[in-house]
Design a protein around this ligand. Structure first.
Ligand code: SF4
Length: 223
């Protein structure tokens, strides 16, 4: 289990139901460029990028996919090569053996069950081999059909520091957030927390002095 930030909140603030709207609006104004950092042109490239992004950085994935997507344009292309060839091409993203196997399994299922088209619902996306709930959530949201809220390490940390959840487990955090965050904001909410987490609310030392939530919206504020 990664480090928990549940013990940090200590200041008295309004209930989370009253804070969530201003939190979203202030973060949206602060991070107008908040968006997924993976580069893709089609739903298929999106799916592949998100699958490759497990346990590595978006920068690393973009470096690999800039070449990969020149060669692999359709699901059939991923099945036209031996798994070892695909492994070599995605090697730099780590866990290349599992990822290559998952990619080929996913492409096979896409062709056999979805006419080669990336589906848009969580239920369908999670039927693809190697596609878990987090990957499915990211893909569905980017395709304009968010059905949950993506919980990564930044979303987890900020949700805990902002006392939007009392949970450590990502699935339970997601449940709390979907009850709290208005549905039209489900897609952009994780991006806002991710960018705030990367730029301001750093894991080791949050820069509360530069944070738009510091005054009375964050119970963990140090200023
Ligand atoms: S940086 Fe902002 S969100 Fe993070 S603990 Fe400080 S006030 Fe809260």
């Amino acid at each position: 289990m990664p480090r928990s930030y549940l013990k940090e909140p200590h200041k008295r603030v309004a209930p989370k139901r009253e804070r969530i709207r201003p939190i979203i609006d202030l973060l949206a104004a602060e991070h107008q460029d908040a968006a997924i950092a993976l580069r893709f042109r089609t739903p298929l490239e999106l799916l592949v990028s998100v699958m490759l992004s497990a346990q590595t950085t978006d920068v690393n994935v973009n470096r690999v996919t800039s070449k990969l997507f020149e060669k692999y344009r359709r699901p059939e292309d991923y099945l036209a090569v031996p798994q070892e060839e695909l492994e070599r091409e995605i090697f730099a993203t780590g866990f290349y053996h599992q990822k290559a196997r998952a990619l080929q399994g996913t492409m096979r299922t896409l062709i056999e069950e979805f006419d080669g088209v990336v589906p848009r619902t969580l239920a369908e996306l999670t039927r693809l081999p190697g596609v878990g709930r987090k990957t499915a959530n990211v893909v569905a949201a980017e395709l304009g059909n968010p059905q949950g809220i993506v919980v990564d390490t930044h979303v987890r940390r900020l949700s805990q520091r902002l006392a939007l959840t009392r949970q450590d487990d990502p699935a339970k955090i997601e449940r709390d957030l979907t009850r709290l965050v208005p549905r039209p904001d489900w897609g952009r909410f994780p991006h806002l927390l991710i960018w705030q987490g990367r730029r301001v609310c750093l894991a080791r030392r949050p820069r509360c002095e530069d944070c738009v939530l510091a005054s009375d919206l964050c119970p963990s504020s140090r200023v």
